[in-house]
Design a protein around this ligand. Structure first.
Ligand SMILES: Cc1cc2nc3c(=O)[nH]c(=O)nc-3n(C[C@H](O)[C@H](O)[C@H](O)COP(=O)(O)OP(=O)(O)OC[C@H]3O[C@@H](n4cnc5c(N)ncnc54)[C@H](O)[C@@H]3O)c2cc1C
Length: 291
């Protein structure tokens, strides 16, 4: 379902281009197979393809006004990445909180789709078996987790990060913070029954109807807003690659699109590809995500 090479990601982008013009109208509908959204996030997250390539591909074919909504969503990713890179302590605080929270049997039950709520068990199963959830399902799930089940948002973010093929420290952490009312202080996201009924495909709405009562009358959990995170700027030295030097290239999982960078023209004596194995182990990434 998700491309794992640059060629496959570019081919998937080509197939999405005709769909893009109806994105604004259809994107919120949660339909099995997710035909109305691009499903490019794992490829974009690891920069198998870049945001620029994705945006250029749709504006080449469609009027800007037809694809503006899609472009805005791609830019939300850039916003999240930039915001977190300027405030890295938000990520380290999240990891520290996770250690303090520890294991919770309720999280294990959710992961095994054993909550007894059909909506939640359905989406937990989809996440664990496919590594993907539609954006609206992510919002409903996170809202249920924080405001209905009253579990720590950090455990929910860790559960998503472990299984999502697009699991990203920035987009994931900021989205969970937003649902919990921390990212935009005091503004929480609540999932309401009417919204699920409107956007679930009819076959899902019928088969999951038993679980909708949990979304009947959501009450926001008021978390104490913490201090505004500091902005930290790092200065990097200017590029200094001399053609006469024997150089090596280190590729890491945050950016696999070497071809599209200035380094694409350079010849290297050696290339090393690494992953953040410590993080993979810490978050217990399943084998589907490691491949
Ligand atoms: C609780 C929660 C957790 C999330 N965790 C992640 C995550 O770990 N990684 C991740 O990439 N996205 C995350 N998102 C954002 C969004 O749900 C996914 O990017 C989107 O569903 C991916 O599917 P798609 O490629 O079909 O998206 P499309 O709708 O086709 O959008 C195109 C691209 O735009 C970007 N994008 C779209 N919506 C958002 C958004 N709201 N925020 C940031 N970028 C966006 C993605 O790169 C996506 O591939 C999360 C959202 C929520 C509510």
């Amino acid at each position: 379902m998700f491309p794992s090479s640059r060629a496959a990601a570019l081919a998937k982008l080509e197939r999405f281009i005709p769909v893009a013009e109806d994105y604004a109208r259809d994107r919120n509908h949660v339909i099995p197979g997710h035909p109305s959204v691009s499903r490019l996030s794992p490829a974009i997250r690891h920069r198998l393809i870049t945001e620029e390539e994705v945006v250029s591909a749709v504006v080449r074919v469609h009027a800007f006004s037809r694809v503006e909504k899609f472009i805005q969503e791609v830019y939300w990713r850039r916003y999240c990445k930039s915001w977190l890179s300027l405030r890295p302590e938000v990520w380290s605080d999240f990891l520290r909180d996770l250690d303090a929270i520890g294991e919770n049997p309720a999280v294990r039950r959710i992961e095994e789709s054993q909550t007894g709520n059909r909506v939640i068990d359905h989406f937990a199963n989809e996440l664990v078996t496919t590594g993907y959830l539609h954006n609206h399902a992510r919002m409903w799930f996170a809202a249920w987790w924080v405001h209905e089940a009253r579990l720590p948002w950090q455990s929910g973010a860790a559960f998503f990060f472990r299984h999502l093929l697009d699991g990203d420290p920035a987009s994931n952490t900021l989205s969970w913070r937003w649902v919990a009312g921390l990212q935009t202080p005091g503004k929480t996201y609540l999932a309401r029954r009417g919204n699920l009924e409107k956007y679930l495909a009819p076959e899902l709405r019928d088969s999951l109807s038993d679980g909708l009562a949990a979304f009947e009358n959501p009450q926001a959990l008021e978390l104490q807003t913490c201090a505004k995170p500091h902005v930290t700027r790092k200065e990097f030295p200017p590029d200094s690659l001399s053609p006469s030097m024997v150089t090596g290239l280190w590729i890491h999982e945050e950016d696999l699109a070497v071809e599209t960078s200035p380094l694409g023209q350079q010849t290297f004596a050696a290339i090393v590809v690494t992953v953040d194995a410590e993080s993979w182990n810490r978050h217990q990434f399943p084998s589907t995500k490691r491949q």
